[in-house]
Design a protein around this ligand. Structure first.
Ligand code: AMP
Length: 564
């Protein structure tokens, strides 16, 4: 990331945020701004336009939400919103609204998410009562603008979040129409995970002298990432992260490990969860007194604790001799933070391992880190229950071997001899191994952790290129996909973006999840992930597309299709 203007140790207070917001951030356990926040907040607070390249996981939401709240002089007063955030999906609309609510509640900020599928009546009521921030998907926003129920006269800031995905979903025209309905002197903020030429086009047309923040410039430190550290990553759904961490720790059996979390809350929760699973974990974060921190460190050095769960701030400057493993419980918010973290092992010729848990939506951030460090971080399969059994067996074997070499077995002779009268020596040995094995392991978790796939756009882009006008499609749906039939086609004025918009708006799918689309005269066919097909069908029953209620079902006729 390029951040020339701001020093790397800047605090939230240095960024010029008002005291109420500083209190909120501290209560949330945010210890310091992420790099994108350091770079974006000061110019945004000054009212500058901004073009930012930022993936999920960088802290981009707070990077635009905090300045909007900072600049909001009288929340709760006006009727029309002062900020409009456009997002590609309903899922993101809810997330971003929640973030605004979290940060802005103390100021009395009224936030309204607006997306297709939600009852419009409630949205109309809320708009009438007055709102400060609207977070909307483009289709529904345009709908309200058309009905004049969304008054944009008082708008001061427009944010386009995940702009590349909005374009991908065919929202380009909608975005242009919405921007045309906003005041000329507004502040415009555009965040996008990638910056293809089409995004540059929007930026040129709609942003005034924007500050540019880009990721992926190799940092000086990046090149020094030490090769002695063995790096690996594991894709895992959020709900399974504590189990995945436990599994990895069991397999890796670190002498001492440091586990990095984002916030104080996360540190406290994870420490508790790991202690509950039988590990000896200690928390370390910026909210602790020096004396407490010293105590934690001495427990770690003395070996009475073997896991340190910490925030970046708290771990800065620590040098722990025994450290063998660094675990990133989340993908760090910037490549530089990753490099700092993994530099804590593999020092002075010692070998170390760095493990990173990656939620599917954070996969892109992992790729950014690879680009900056110029090292591949292989995504490995999480150990299975069988792997865990095998590893525990191996540990028992190693413990027995060590015991055999130590030659202090004399006192036990009498036990074996007395048993040998009645049992075979092999059987006696087996029973002893069983006892040793069972007494060494804590409670074994036997549940498999489901595999997940990264959320990437590449797959769908490929499919779309196969079907340039939405006219050609593979004979059978792509692997793992189901093909849905819609009774609306060209004659009803249906375009691919209408279908993508409806599906992404009404269901939990994002535009990226949707596969090939074909639009025929009287009907359309759309590929969606097999697992989500029923959900999509149910969701679209309630919906309207181009003012009409669609009939949606799984495509039945897989043989003699009459599609052309
Ligand atoms: P985002 O990239 O906006 O999706 O944010 C990723 C996650 O990081 C969210 O769960 C935020 O609550 C969290 N987060 C954002 N900023 C910070 C910060 N400065 N310190 C700790 N956590 C943060």
């Amino acid at each position: 990331m390029t951040m020339k203007e701001t020093g790397s140790e800047a605090t939230f207070a240095d960024l010029g945020l008002r005291s109420e917001l500083l209190d909120v951030l501290s209560a949330l356990g945010y210890e310091e701004p992420t790099p994108i926040q350091k770079a974006a907040i000061p110019p945004l607070v000054q009212g500058r336009d901004l073009l930012g390249q930022a993936a999920t996981g960088t802290g981009k939401t707070a990077a635009f939400a905090l300045p909007v709240l900072q600049r909001m002089l009288h929340p709760g007063d006006g009727t029309g919103p002062v900020a409009l955030v456009l997002v590609p999906t309903r899922e993101l609309a809810v997330q971003v609204s929640e973030a605004f609510h979290r940060y802005g509640r103390i100021l009395g900020t009224r936030v309204l998410p607006i997306y297709g599928g939600a009852p419009i009546g409630r949205q109309l009521q809320a708009l009438k009562r007055g709102v400060d921030v609207v977070v909307a998907t483009p289709g529904r926003a345009l709908d309200h603008i058309g009905r004049t129920t969304l008054n944009l006269e008082g708008l001061r800031t427009v944010v386009l979040d995940e702009a590349d995905e909005m374009l991908d979903m065919g929202f380009a025209d909608d975005i242009e129409a919405i921007l045309a309905a906003t005041p000329d002197d507004r502040q415009t903020v555009l965040f996008s995970a990638t910056l293809p030429p089409r995004i540059d086009g929007i930026a040129r047309r709609h942003l005034r002298d924007p500050v540019r923040i880009e990721m992926g410039h190799p940092a000086a430190e990046g090149r020094q990432a030490t090769p002695l550290v063995e790096q690996s990553a594991y894709l895992v759904a959020r709900a399974h992260k504590p189990a995945a961490l436990g599994r990895l720790l069991d397999i890796e059996a670190p002498t001492a490990a440091i586990i990095f979390c984002r916030t104080r809350e996360e540190v406290d929760q994870l420490t508790e969860a790991m202690n509950g699973r039988g590990y000896r974990a200690e928390a370390l974060h910026g909210g602790m007194e020096q004396e407490q921190r010293d105590r934690v460190m001495s427990r770690l050095r003395a070996g009475t604790a073997d896991l340190l769960v910490a925030t970046d701030v708290a771990a800065r400057g620590l040098d722990i001799e025994q450290l063998t493993h660094v675990v990133n419980y989340n993908v760090p918010s910037a490549p530089e933070a990753y490099v700092h973290r993994i530099g804590r092992v593999g020092r002075a010729g010692r070998e170390g391992a760095a493990l990173t848990l990656v939620e599917p939506r954070e996969h892109r951030m992992l790729k950014a880190i690879e680009r900056v460090t110029k090292q591949r971080i292989p995504v490995e399969r999480l150990p299975t229950v069988a792997d865990l059994h095998a590893r525990r067996m191996e540990l028992t074997r190693a413990a027995l071997e060590e015991c055999l070499r130590q030659d202090d077995l004399e006192p036990f002779h009498v036990v074996v001899e007395s048993l040998a009268d009645e049992f075979d020596l092999m059987e006696v040995a087996l029973a002893a191994v069983k006892l040793a094995h069972e007494s060494s392991g804590g409670a074994l978790d036997e549940e498999e952790i489901p595999e997940v796939a990264p959320r990437t756009m590449e797959k769908r882009r490929g499919q779309r290129e196969d079907a340039p006008e939405g006219q050609r499609y593979p004979r059978a749906p792509a692997g793992g996909m189901a093909r849905l039939f819609f009774n609306l086609g060209r004659r009803a004025g249906i375009r691919p973006q209408d279908l993508v918009g409806a599906i992404a708006g009404e269901s939990s799918l994002s535009g990226r999840d949707i596969g090939a689309i074909e639009i025929a005269e009287r009907f359309s066919l759309v590929e969606v992930p097999q697992a989500a097909a029923n959900e999509v069908i149910a969701a679209l029953r309630q919906a309207t597309i181009k003012g009409r209620k669609p009939i949606v079902r799984r495509e039945r006729d897989t043989h003699g299709r009459r599609t052309r």
